[in-house]
Design a protein around this ligand. Structure first.
Ligand code: ADP
Ligand code: MG
Length: 565
């Protein structure tokens, strides 16, 4: 194959420009990205080799090597993973197949902080090499292809890249960075080691660097040619026993797998035995990610089988409403060659999902019900960010509906926020039978609704529901601990025994007295209102519109209209 020049896809050009110009202040992350690509490539090889052992050729030990040439000012990240064919190099390093690129660019352009973690989240990590390099050369050969089908890809990271065939004896990939002037401090074993241990300690293959020793004659450290040592721990954190893992290690593992800069809110780490055997290490983030609302987003839980990485984002491991949970599940039972389709049908996976869901709910309950006010504050903060997503579970996860209902927090006529159903029930009037709520577009609209007048007068608390999902949630939740949930905007509000006999009599008398007026109103509104009644629900307002019990509420009708239904 002759040397061929290809133009980058337009999006790649934009990304390159943005990345090199905006992420400069956090440039060391390029090493994390390239090491993580090398590690992914090894995982992919291990996976493909499960039923094609010949792919290991004569090098079964998967590893990443990082080395530099101070004279030539090059830094190389070498792996013996799956490698790339020429076509794959053109496709993977010249175009962006993933969705969300546009969003990534908008965020980078808008975000004053220039959050370097975005780059890993969006899967454009390779291009971060150009922050420190003015040319990148990639030499690769796909496992299983003959030595003369290697490929050299090379680019200055501007408009185009070149590709040519090369002879490459060993499988895998070398990414060679030709460092820009001024980036010489990356040509230091000490510097590289400290970056690797900061970002890549959890990577479960060895990351090797050349050993250095003091040369008294030369008066400086010199690198050994053939002695390499591992600079990361290379142990799967979740496989260690709880007592051996420190809080710092848990937090830093979380940051590495989630690309979050903040420590997580809570974690749970367990080895589950019994019918299904697996280890789970699950985290709840402190803040919502930008794409929390995307229900199609794949989950944040990685699946391993006996420490072998199987897949990222295995959505069957967590229900959709817990899509914000990050972590690792390592199964001892699943076959290594499990596919996404198989996962969806597997009984073991079902057991894992149920077990993990319960664990996450327990974590949340522990925060919500803690004796410690600081923990409860954490829950309040969690609820602000993730409450709407958790509410989806009320409709989707019947098995845990009651536990989820207990975790819900609302505003009410008595408190701006943080009211649970249990709080409400504890404050119910002696003869009150139902939990009353009103739903509206905003807190202000809910609070000012004329429907509330009678409840205010009688000192009955009403929950104010203003989230978009509330109506939907309540179409699945009819009661809490035996108390029916009742909208104050529906039907004739029957305050039950709370309405005294005398009042009832007054209404009847009024209805009698106003009969002619009611008839005329009914006639005048006959196409627009089903009925016109005398009511006690109002105190100050002259009239209000209500819907029949069992009909859609005005709020839901509006929402559906907005959604074009
Ligand atoms: P991501 O890793 O999220 O896919 P990157 O920009 O980091 O995004 O990498 C783009 C693609 O390039 C990878 O998905 C992979 O197909 C390919 N690639 C990058 N580095 C390597 C490597 N060391 N070995 C094999 N393939 C690689
Ligand atoms: Mg990557």
């Amino acid at each position: 194959m002759d040397k061929k020049t290809h133009a980058f896809q337009a999006e790649v050009k934009q990304i390159l420009h943005l990345v090199t110009h905006s992420l400069y202040s956090n440039k060391e992350i390029f090493l994390r990205e390239l090491v993580s690509n090398a590690s992914d490539a090894c995982d992919k090889l291990r996976f493909e080799a499960l039923d094609q052992a010949a792919l290991y050729e004569d090098a079964p030990n998967l590893e990443v090597r990082v080395f530099f040439d101070a004279e030539a000012k090059t830094l190389t990240i070498r792996d013996n993973g799956i490698g790339m064919s020429a076509d794959e190099a053109v496709a993977h390093l010249g175009t962006i197949a993933k969705s969300g690129t546009r969003e990534f660019m908008a965020r980078l352009e808008g975000d004053q902080k220039k959050d370097a973690n975005l780059i890993g989240q969006f899967g454009v990590g390779f291009y971060s090499g150009f922050i420190v390099a003015d040319r990148i050369t990639v030499e690769s050969r796909r496992a299983g292809l003959p030595a003369d089908q290697g490929v050299r890809w090379s680019s200055e990271g501007t408009g185009d890249f070149e590709v040519e065939a090369i002879h490459k004896a060993s499988r895998g990939t070398d990414v060679i960075l030709h460092l820009r002037d001024g980036e010489e401090d990356f040509l230091s074993t000490w510097r590289l080691k400290s970056i690797i241990s900061k970002y890549s300690d959890h990577i479960s293959l060895p990351i090797l660097m050349q050993k250095e020793s003091w040369d008294a004659e030369a008066g400086k450290q010199v690198k050994s040619e053939d002695e390499w040592e591992s600079v990361n721990k290379a142990s799967a954190l979740w496989a260690r026993s709880k007592s051996e893992v420190t809080q710092e290690e848990y937090d830093s593992f979380y940051k590495q797998i989630s690309y979050d800069t903040e420590a997580p809110l809570a974690h749970t780490h367990n080895r589950v035995e019994g019918r299904s055997e697996y280890t789970q290490l699950l985290y709840i983030p402190a803040k919502a990610p930008f794409d929390l609302w995307n229900r199609d987003k794949r989950g944040g839980v990685k699946l391993y089988v006996k420490r072998v990485f199987i897949m990222d984002d295995a959505e069957s491991l967590m229900p959709v409403y817990l899509r914000f949970v990050k972590g690792v599940i390592d199964s001892a039972d699943l076959p290594l060659n499990v596919s996404r389709e198989l996962l969806q049908e597997s009984r073991d996976v079902k057991a894992i999902r149920e077990g993990s869901t319960k664990r996450v709910l327990s974590m949340l309950e522990a925060l919500a019900n803690s004796e410690d006010a600081a923990e409860r504050d954490k829950y309040a903060a969690f609820w602000k960010d993730f409450g709407q997503v958790l509410k989806e579970g009320i409709g989707e996860d019947h098995q845990n509906q009651e536990r989820l209902a207990k975790l819900c927090r609302f505003a009410s006529t008595q408190a701006e926020e943080g009211v649970s159903f249990a709080d409400y029930v504890a404050r119910m009037k002696e003869s009150q039978e139902a939990i009353y709520y009103i739903s509206a577009d905003s807190l202000a609209a809910a609070k000012n609704s004329p429907q509330l007048e009678i409840f205010r007068k009688k000192g009955i608390e009403v929950l104010l529901l203003t989230d978009r999902v509330d109506e939907w949630m309540l179409s699945h939740l009819y009661e809490f601990e035996g108390k029916p949930l009742q909208s104050v905007a529906k039907g004739a509000v029957d305050l039950g025994t709370l309405q005294d006999e005398e009042e009832k009599k007054k209404v009847e008398q009024a209805a009698e007295a106003f009969k002619p007026v009611l008839e005329r109103l009914k006639e005048a509104l006959k196409d627009r209102a089903k009925d016109v009644r005398v009511t006690t629900r109002l105190v100050d307002s002259p009239a209000c519109v209500v819907v029949e019990q069992g009909d859609m509420s005005p709020h839901l009708t509006r929402l559906l209209k907005q959604a074009g239904q």
